[in-house]
Write a protein that binds this ligand. Sequence first.
Ligand SMILES: [Zn+2]
Length: 172
Amino acid sequence: MRKVTVAAKPRPDPEASAVGQCLCGAVEIEIGTPARWAWHDHSSATRRAHGAAYATYVGSWRKRFRVTRGADEITRFRDDATGTTRSFCARCGTPLAYERARSAHMVNVPRALFTSRTGREHRYHIAIDQLQDWTYLGEPLVPLKGFPGVVWERPTRNSTRKKRGLLGGSWS
Ligand SMILES: [Zn+2]
């Protein structure tokens, strides 16, 4: 009888991690990789907290999340209405963590803080019904004449945004 060798499933490296930091560098955090999951959050609370069209988070098990530098620089905002806590750097304002009471074992970290891979693809969307009509969705861009480094979306009668039904009566 022929012997069949089954390749062992590669085990995750318990030491593997991704390191992230805030804009000023005072705070450094680390999560074990692969992260638990990753998603885009389009909700109004997250848009405001980040000052952005949406935020992409990487969810980490709390036990695999560490503040490796600048714990004293972290300030927190607890939103009692939603049972959520957002942490940010008191020096530069960078959002650092988003924690939800209903999933107490998870710490969600903005993907943008990391420069290396986190081991998870960001395939999920929360509050996609709140996607803003000013969010860049990969429309074709062309150079803006006279402004090196600036590109723009040339307005067309039948733009991608109109096709997607993202434009109402006016630009907001
Ligand atoms: Zn900072």
